[in-house]
Ligand binder design. Structure first.
Ligand code: CUA
Length: 338
């Protein structure tokens, strides 16, 4: 008995530490978006109702076992009274089950219908999931105002954002637990999800569908800013890549444009217009590179360019042979692209 109690205590402690984190940038229990709040309410209702039913069943079971143990003689033939009693008990249990199931189904229907409500004044962003990074393209305004960025979605607080989900390679799943539920990006199929941040903040998201070797390293950030700050960010992102401020960065740009880098990446304002890898026009303005792998610093940019396959094995970026001087110059140029 003592051993059992010890094990129970240990299991509870492990569960408490591992799974029940309720705060932080990536938790469905720490809702900061209207869709996440709807889901949290639904989840709480299900948990409380099912928990109460479970507790009731356990109590009834325990009571009946306890009573059976007290009466030593075999049960006598059921009389009319006890038969009537069991009929009433079984019918009430069946009735309660039907009411609870119908109630929860209706609750679920109403809640999930609200998640896909038509949002008129929404900001429209196309999200493409690649192995293993995210590409965001802002589709509002004129075509010349289109912004393309990677792994970091900036949104205005209080305004719904309609995210059109596309997957050019395999199935991925967009999940930012503090803001909304999870939705898959499926090749050949149009999906979409709406998120509305209620409070400013940085919310972490994660690909939630196994998509290959680096699935676990496919993170993203959603940065929710007040509308004026968002407008400032948007205006900055619409500008072409910064001109090199010194000789080293200028040399870095020359190396970048003369090597295969420009075939895969775009830097607005330069001839680099590749679309296979992330748009690098403002790469240094993002908090992380390689979908959450490394914080954006000149050192981590240099490490990534020098050997992307050691940092994230299996990703599509090849190792481009560069001399030490070229690597320093390219990383200086990248770090200047704010
Ligand atoms: Cu993309 Cu898992």
């Amino acid at each position: 008995m003592r051993r059992f109690a010890g094990r129970l205590l240990l299991t509870s402690a492990v569960l408490a530490c591992a799974g029940c984190r309720s705060e932080g940038g990536q938790s469905a229990l720490d809702a900061h978006g209207s869709q996440a709040h709807t889901l949290l309410r639904l989840m709480s209702a299900f948990t409380w109702v099912c928990g109460a039913v479970f507790a009731l069943v356990v109590l009834v079971l325990a009571a009946s076992l306890f009573r059976r143990r007290l009466t030593l003689e075999p049960p006598s033939r059921p009389d009319a009274r006890s038969q009537r009693r069991s009929t009433v008990a079984v019918s009430s249990a069946v009735g309660a089950t039907v009411v609870i199931i119908v109630g929860l189904t209706l609750l679920s229907f109403v809640a999930t219908r609200g998640l896909t409500a038509d949002e008129r004044n929404a900001l429209v962003v196309r999200l493409r999931g690649y192995q293993w990074w995210w590409e965001f393209t802002y589709l509002d305004g004129r075509p010349s105002d289109t912004i393309t960025t990677a792994n970091e979605l900036h949104i205005p607080v209080g305004r719904p954002v309609r995210i059109l989900l596309e997957a050019p390679d395999v199935i991925h799943s967009f999940w930012v637990p503090s803001l909304a539920g999870k939705k898959d990006l499926i090749p050949g199929r149009d999906n979409e999800i709406t998120i509305t941040a209620e409070l400013p903040g940085v919310y972490r998201g994660q690909c939630a569908e196994y998509c290959g070797l680096q699935h676990a390293h496919m993170a993203l950030l959603v940065v929710a800013d007040p509308p004026d700050l968002f407008a400032t960010w948007q205006a900055a992102q619409r500008r072409p890549g910064a001109e090199p401020a010194n000789r080293e960065a200028a040399e870095g740009r020359r190396v970048f444009l003369s090597k295969p880098c420009a075939a895969c990446h775009t830097i607005q304002g330069t001839p680099a217009a590749g679309t296979l890898g992330p748009d690098l026009t403002h790469v240094a303005s993002r908090q992380f590179i390689a979908a959450g792998e490394l914080p954006t610093t000149r050192g981590s940019l240099a490490a990534w360019i020098a050997d992307p396959q050691t940092i994230k094995p299996g990703n599509n970026m090849p190792m481009v042979p560069l001399s030490g001087g070229e690597l320093r110059a390219v990383s200086a140029y990248m770090a200047s692209l704010r």
